[in-house]
Every structure is written in structure tokens, then in C-alpha cells.
Design a protein around this ligand. Structure first.
Ligand SMILES: Cc1ncc(COP(=O)(O)O)c(C=O)c1O
Length: 387
């Protein structure tokens, strides 16, 4: 294809309201951020607990960079496996009750590592229709057969498991869904995986740090953490940093170290990312009030949305989708909010399915009542204007 062919495709994205452009952030992550030169209260961040700018984490990074420098200097299997990374892996494994843990440069590479190394030809990967793109990409690249079950149901999953005929079946789900804010039926999935001898992989990216005892996630909250075969999460959401990890048996982790191409062929995560995640875990364990504030804020905002009769699907938590339908409508409403001082970008296909474009409102523990009341009024007004 030539440049002009790509140009035509870009124009077609523009016509469908699906063209994307990056905004430029000009200040540290927090509840109020300078974006494209203007200060906005942000309702779109995954920095749920406000840790991205926490003084203890900044201190850990400053001290860490003095001692460790910045880059790790090599892949983990060559010379990029640092003491802070080893320490963090041990801490995460112990905290979550798994035999071992593997830290990777991102959550995306963690999911890719799990699926491409463990599953292959003759296997079935079956997953909730709304799992994160990194799971879909890993599953597609694995060579295994790939099926989905409709979100919020398990009938099709049961049928597929009953049918059998595969070398190994992998059941994969997000625990807290990133665009809908509802939770997977983990207790039911555990019962099914036990009955049919499947392997259960749970992506706790959006729950880790915020949900369950000590922020251990939805499986811990549901009392089934010890039944999960492979636990995955990231440092890029509640922990306010960057990096991902996988917790599982010693054998699975050793297998990934030896087989996962997205682990082997990439430079090891910088030591300071691990020191930052370690400091974030300290705060999460020592300051439960941050989680309480986050959940209190989410309850408050959902109540306000209910009063205004705004549709937020099945959301129970701090990810609150305001489902608007056409992409163009979501863009218009997001623009009105922007002029009122709020940042909540439109989420459109391919991130969500066609006709379900939305504002993905994400709450932070740092939001004030005035922030949330202001957003609510602005949203009601914007929707009335654009109806
Ligand atoms: C459910 C889920 N899994 C995995 C990822 C990937 O994590 P990371 O941003 O650390 O690559 C994300 C975030 O984008 C996510 O929402």
C-alpha cells in the first residue's frame, strides 16, 4: 500500500468519528492536570488512588535512581535482572499466596507472555467477550483455538467445556472490566475450571490495589484467590507506575522465563520502576483509607448519576461508563465537558463495540465532592444540549 492508501483510510476514520489524536499532558498526574495547556479535573485516569505523584514514591524513585541509575542495561536473562526486581517478585508472590512471580515491563507484555507460551495448537482459549486487548492479542498469537463467551453469562462457556476435545482449555477473564466497571463471576469460573480441569487465568489489572483485603483484588474479595491458576496485574493503574506481573506456581513461572518471547526478548524493567511499585505496595497496605475514599467517592458519583437518570450499565465501582451510543455523540459530549473544565475523553470502537461509544468516567480517591457535583451538572447539561 502507498501513503495515499493509508491517507484514505485515515480520512474514512475521520468521517466515522473514529480518528484518534493524542493530547499533551503538561503537569504531573493527579486529580487536576494541565492538558494541552489548560487545567482540567480528570475523570479518565487509572491512577485510582492518586499514587502516581505520592511523595513516598517520588522519594523511593529519587533515591533509587542515585543507586541504580535508570535503564537496566539488558534483558532479564542477560544482565538486566536487578535486586529490586527480585525483591518485588518475592514480595508479590508472598502477598498473594503464590509460589512465584515474574515481573515484566508492562501488563500488555505479561498477558502476551502467558498466552503465547502456555497455549498452542490443540488447545482452546475461551474468554469473556470483553477482555482486554492484550489478552486477545496474546490469544491470537498463541496458535490455540480461540472462542469467547458473551459478557455477563456462562452458558456458552459451560457448553464449550462439556464438549471437550482439546489438549488443554484455558479460561481467561478480567476480574474488573476496564470499560464497563463490572466484575467477573469468579466463584462460578473457579467451579467450572475445577469440574472440567481447565486452567483459570485472571487479569486483575483494574482491581489490584483497590479491591479486596489489602487491595489484593477481586479473587481475594470473593475468597477464591488460592483457586486461581495464573494471576496477572499491572503497576500502571492503582500503583501509579509502570510494569506488569504474573503470579503462579514455580513451574509455570520457570516455564515462562524459558519460553515467553515477550519476557526473553525485551530489556528488563528499570530497577526504579520496581522500587516505585514496592513503595506503592507499602502505601496500599498502610493506608486503607485511600481505598475507602475511592469506594465512597464511587458510590456518591453513581448515586448522583442515578438521580440524573444516566445509564451506567452494570458498573458497581470506580469505573463508571456513561453509554451514549454513536461515536459522534460521545465526542460532542466529551467536548462540552472539556469546556466546563473536565477531562473525560470519548471511548469509541475498536476499544468498545460499535454503537456503545461512551465516556468512561473513572473516579479517584483524590476527587472532591465539588469535582463530582460539577461533573454531574456538566454532564446532565451536555446530554440535554446534544440530545
Ligand atoms: C485489563 C487490562 N489488562 C492489561 C492491561 C495492560 O497493562 P499495561 O498498561 O501495564 O500494559 C490493561 C491496561 O491497559 C488493562 O486494562
Amino acid at each position: 500500500m502507498q501513503d495515499q492508501d493509508y491517507q484514505r483510510q485515515l480520512e474514512s476514520l475521520c468521517q466515522d468519528g473514529l480518528h484518534r489524536k493524542m493530547l499533551t499532558v503538561g503537569s504531573a498526574a493527579g486529580r487536576m492536570v494541565q492538558v494541552n495547556g489548560e487545567k482540567k479535573v480528570i475523570f479518565c485516569s487509572n491512577n485510582y488512588l492518586g499514587l502516581a505523584g505520592h511523595p513516598n514514591i517520588i522519594k523511593a524513585v529519587k533515591e533509587g535512581v542515585q543507586e541504580w541509575g535508570f535503564g537496566s542495561g539488558g534483558s532479564r536473562l542477560v544482565c538486566g535482572n536487578t535486586l529490586p526486581c527480585e525483591h518485588l517478585q518475592g514480595r508479590l508472590a508472598e502477598m498473594l499466596g503464590f509460589e512465584a512471580c515474574l515481573v515484566l515491563p508492562s501488563g500488555y507484555t505479561a498477558n502476551h507472555a502467558i498466552l503465547t507460551s502456555l497455549a498452542g495448537e490443540g488447545d482452546l482459549i475461551v474468554m469473556d467477550k470483553l477482555v482486554h486487548a492484550s489478552i486477545i492479542d496474546g490469544a491470537r498469537a498463541s496458535g490455540a483455538e480461540l472462542r469467547t463467551w458473551p459478557h455477563g453469562t456462562t452458558d456458552k462457556l459451560k457448553r464449550l467445556l462439556e464438549q471437550g476435545g482439546y489438549r488443554q482449555v484455558f479460561i481467561v477473564t478480567d476480574s474488573l472490566f476496564s470499560m464497563d466497571g463490572d466484575k467477573a463471576p469468579l466463584t462460578e469460573l473457579v467451579a467450572l475450571k475445577n469440574r472440567y480441569g481447565a486452567i483459570l487465568i485472571v487479569d486483575e489489572a483494574h482491581a489490584f490495589g483497590c479491591i479486596g483485603p489489602e487491595g489484593k483484588g477481586c479473587a481475594a474479595e470473593a475468597g477464591v484467590l488460592d483457586k486461581v491458576d495464573i494471576f496477572m496485574a499491572t503497576f500502571s493503574k492503582a500503583l501509579g507506575g509502570a510494569g506488569g506481573f504474573i503470579a503462579s506456581s514455580r513451574t509455570i513461572i520457570d516455564y515462562l522465563v524459558n519460553k515467553a518471547r515477550s519476557f526473553i526478548f525485551t530489556t528488563g524493567i528499570p530497577a526504579i520502576n520496581c522500587l516505585a511499585a514496592d513503595a506503592a505496595l507499602d502505601i496500599i497496605q498502610q493506608e486503607p483509607h485511600r481505598r475507602e475514599r475511592l469506594h465512597g467517592n464511587s458510590d456518591y458519583l453513581r448515586c448522583r448519576f442515578l438521580e440524573k437518570k444516566l445509564d451506567f450499565g452494570q458498573s458497581l465501582g470506580y469505573i463508571i461508563p456513561i453509554i451514549l451510543g454513536p461515536a459522534e455523540k460521545a465526542i460532542q459530549i466529551s467536548k462540552v465537558l472539556w469546556y466546563q473544565g473536565f477531562m473525560a475523553p470519548a471511548i469509541r470502537p475498536p476499544t468498545v463495540k460499535s454503537g456503545s461509544s461512551r465516556l468512561r468516567i473513572s473516579v479517584m480517591s483524590e476527587h472532591t465532592k465539588a469535582d463530582m457535583d460539577g461533573l454531574c451538572e456538566a454532564l446532565e447539561q451536555a446530554i440535554q444540549e446534544k440530545l
